[in-house]
Design a protein around this ligand. Structure first.
Ligand code: SF4
Ligand code: SF4
Length: 256
C-alpha cells in the first residue's frame, strides 16, 4: 500500500480526513446531502434493510449520516468513531446502487458510501483481504500476485490438456491483431484453470480469433474500486487498455 494508506495515528486523523475530502466535496455531494427529503422510499430497495427485519438503521439514507457528521465536525473524529463508520459501510452496504436507482431525487447513496470507503482507505482502515489484493495489483498487476512466468505456464498446460480433447486447439498468447483480447478473473489461473480450458473450447469451436495478453492487463477484476483507491483502480483499467492497444485488437472481452 502507498504511504497515504498506512494506518493514521489519532493526531493525524483530522488532517488526513480533510486532505481526502477537500478535493472531492464538490457540488454534487453537497447537493445530495441537502436535498434528501428523508422520505424513506429507498428503504425497501435495500436487501440489508429487508433481511434485518426492516431495521431503521439499515435505511440507505441513514447510512450516509456519517458523511454529514464528519463534515460538520470538520474532520475532528477519533478511531472509535471511524470504526462505527467502517461497520456500516463495509458490513451494511455492498454498494449495489439499488437505492440510488429508486430515489426520486437521484441521490446516489452508493457513491457516498464509496466516498466514505475512500476516506477510510486514506487513513489506512481497509478490510485485510482487500488491502492484500490492492497490494498485489500494485506489485504484479493482478489480485493474486501471479507472475508472468506462472501465467504463461498455466496457459500452456491448459492448452496442452485441452488439445487432448479437441485436436488443434490453441490458447493464443500476444497474438497481434486478433479480434478479441480475452481477460479473466485472476482466481481462474490460481484456483479454477478449468474455466480457462472451457472458454478455450468455446473459442475454438466458434472459430474465434482471440488472444490472451502475456503482460499485466489480463486480470479483469478491479477490487481497488471497492475501497475507492482511485489511483490503483485507474492503473488496473489502464493496463488492460494498454495491452489492447499494443496488440491492436478490436474488442476486449471481460467476463467478470
Ligand atoms: S435518499 Fe432519496 S429516497 Fe432515500 S430518503 Fe433521501 S430522498 Fe428519499
Ligand atoms: S447501495 Fe447499499 S444502501 Fe443502497 S440498496 Fe445497495 S446495499 Fe442498500
Amino acid at each position: 500500500m502507498s504511504e497515504e494508506k498506512q494506518l493514521a495515528t489519532e493526531e493525524h486523523l483530522e488532517s488526513r480526513i480533510l486532505e481526502f475530502l477537500k478535493p472531492r466535496m464538490g457540488a454534487r455531494f453537497k447537493t445530495w446531502m441537502k436535498i434528501c427529503a428523508h422520505c424513506g422510499l429507498c428503504s425497501d430497495t435495500c436487501h440489508f434493510y429487508l433481511s434485518n427485519g426492516k431495521e431503521p438503521k439499515m435505511i440507505p439514507s441513514y447510512k450516509i449520516r456519517f458523511l454529514k457528521d464528519i463534515l460538520r465536525k470538520k474532520g475532528k473524529v477519533d478511531k472509535a468513531y471511524l470504526q462505527e463508520v467502517y461497520k456500516t459501510i463495509y458490513h451494511e452496504c455492498n454498494m449495489c446502487r439499488r437505492c440510488s436507482l429508486y430515489c426520486p431525487f437521484g441521490i446516489d447513496i452508493a457513491m457516498m458510501i464509496s466516498l466514505l470507503r475512500g476516506l477510510l482507505t486514506s487513513v489506512g482502515m481497509v478490510p485485510e483481504g482487500l488491502a492484500k489484493a490492492v497490494a498485489n495489483y500494485q506489485e504484479s498487476g493482478n489480485q493474486m500476485a501471479i507472475t508472468k512466468e506462472d501465467w504463461i505456464e498455466t496457459l500452456e498446460w491448459c492448452e496442452e490438456e485441452t488439445a487432448e480433447e479437441l485436436a488443434g486447439l490453441k490458447i493464443p498468447i500476444d497474438k497481434q491483431g486478433a479480434k478479441i483480447m480475452y481477460t479473466v478473473n485472476a482466481r481462474e489461473p490460481k484456483f479454477y484453470p478449468q474455466d480457462i480450458m472451457e472458454m478455450a473450447k468455446i473459442f475454438h469451436v466458434a472459430g474465434e480469433d482471440w488472444t490472451f495478453p502475456s503482460e499485466k492487463g489480463w486480470d479483469a477484476t478491479n477490487l481497488a474500486m471497492f475501497v475507492n483507491d482511485a489511483q490503483t483502480a485507474r492503473s488496473i483499467a489502464e493496463n488492460t487498455f494498454k495491452r489492447a492497444e499494443e496488440l491492436g485488437v478490436k474488442q476486449i472481452a471481460i467476463t467478470e
